[in-house]
Design a protein around this ligand. Sequence first.
Ligand SMILES: *Cc1c(COP(=O)(O)O)cnc(C)c1O
Length: 327
Amino acid sequence: MSLTFIAPPLQQINSEIARHAGVDLYVLRLDLMHPWVNGNKWFKLKYNLLEAKEKNFTTLLTFGGAYSNHIYATAAAGNLFGFRTIGVIRGEERLPLNPTLSFAVQQGMQVVYLNREMYRQRNTPALEEYLRQRFGEVFIIPEGGSNLNGVRGCTEIIDRAMPTAGCAYAFDHICVACGTATTLAGIVLSLHERQRAIAFPVLKNGAFLAQEIENLLTNYLASDLPSPYSSPASWELVCDYHFGGYAKVNDELLLFSQQFTQEHGVPLDYVYTAKMFYGVMDLLKQGFFSKGVPQRGCRRHRLLLVHTGGLQGNLGMEKSLQRFSKI
Ligand SMILES: *Cc1c(COP(=O)(O)O)cnc(C)c1O
């Protein structure tokens, strides 16, 4: 499948804090690959779309919240690749549609709603049966594109950072924001054993993800999907930067995000990337990334932040922020 993607730029960040910590800081700008189908959501969709095409499905059905980056990307990708799309949205319909859902509808997505109780059963055979009864032959992609096809796509993310990175295994640490950790799992599977992935859950009490990550890695390696290495690289969860939980923000985070964008020209989304970038800058000050020996052939530690996109979500968020506070 080919879209006119641009290769995600690898942008170096000139930061006094990083320099002081002896670390070179880079951002892999997955947000710039395509105006609508970008970020980690494209990588999670890619092999799901290929499987749907291979199996001759003409309709994709998937799930998400009303501001979901995945719904947005699926609507656009479906349109570009000639699939009909159905978006099953959690909760009640609210009119007028928010920017995410109006975009999805413009892209031709049929948007339907499930109350929270039914939505919770989205991964059960009973609900899938109900949806097939209602919509006919549909290729079902789980919420967020979070299945083994999704992991597979995410094993290709770090490749994108290599051609311009200088030495082959240039990055000591690769940082990524985490919801389900599907993206993290793909990244971990694609790293050299001397590299380490650092995951920043955006949910409260993110420690439960450790088990999810183990399961994803085990299931992936037990499947017949291709993996660059036979064992996963090391990884670590940093659970202190959730700012109160999913889609919760405070003034400190908003201010950080605005300043970071102004100083470095990197826009951040409030739900995922702003929290991860905030965490990284805070940990840099604590010397977290300065320990040990840099990778072979490198004189300084190199840190890669994966910009997973999600900027479309800021539209809806900024609207409600204006309503509730004076930002
Ligand atoms: C969905 C999303 C994530 C989380 O990805 P997981 O694979 O669920 O961990 C991170 N960043 C952005 C911008 C996202 O949209």
